[in-house]
Design a protein around this ligand. Structure first.
Ligand SMILES: Nc1ncnc2[nH]cnc12
Length: 212
């Protein structure tokens, strides 16, 4: 069994929607506030879509792109909020129809090892020459969003904005580089240091970091 950490939850705000997230270890010294978009309910999904749409609308996207699995509700709800129909989801696991897919590597802090993001070649016509908003649930390392931006560009789409529900710490800024300027979010979560069964916020990972 995982040790129970104290405190066990972190309270955050998603554009006016208060949420208590469970604090879970990702390794012996680091814990995160876990946000699972698929467990939040329909009303939270609607709220996320409405608030995400407000923030993405100024970039006038034609279509939204995200990654399976936790990005899927964000893509659907943001598309609904923007009045868009089609959206494109990059897959993480090879599917029978994806033998010939466009591929980009990803390193995640919540899944072990290296994975790939795969874009179905049949989706290329939906993206080529289009203004594309890339969305995801949480940006931590920035690796998934960077891979998504690379896939959109390989498909000749223009990345006009990046929308995430939560930013987590700040490592993503360096990984995204100039693309970090395209990013909008609904909230921020820090990361946590584990000592024994107690956790404390790492000050440099707060929205307005406290220098070490
Ligand atoms: N806090 C978090 N919740 C869910 N997925 C994540 N991926 C990276 N950080 C995460």
């Amino acid at each position: 069994m995982e040790p129970r950490l104290t405190p066990s939850q972190y309270g955050c705000d998603l554009a006016g929607w208060p949420l208590d997230l469970p604090i879970v270890p990702v390794n012996p010294t680091l814990a995160i506030a876990l946000f699972m978009t698929i467990d939040g309910g329909v009303l939270l999904g609607e709220h996320i879509g409405r608030e995400m749409a407000k923030r993405l609308a100024p970039s006038k996207p034609d279509i939204i792109v995200s990654a399976a699995t936790l990005g899927i509700p964000v893509a659907i709800e943001a598309s609904r909020g923007l009045g868009l129909d089609r959206y494109v989801i990059a897959q993480k696991s090879p599917k029978v129809h994806l033998g010939d897919a466009l591929v980009e590597p990803v390193v995640s802090i919540t899944s072990k090892g290296q994975q790939n993001l795969l874009l179905d070649r049949n989706a290329i016509p939906l993206l080529a020459g289009k203004r594309v908003a890339v969305v995801d649930d949480v940006v931590a390392t920035g690796s998934s969003l960077k891979a998504l931006c690379n896939l959109v560009r390989k498909a000749s789409g223009e990345v006009v904005s990046i929308g995430v529900v939560l930013t987590e710490a700040h490592d993503w800024r360096a990984v995204l580089g100039e693309d970090a300027d395209l990013l909008v979010s609904l909230g921020h979560i820090p990361q946590f240091e584990i000592r024994g069964d107690e956790v404390s916020v790492i000050p440099e990972t707060l929205a307005h970091p406290v220098p070490a």
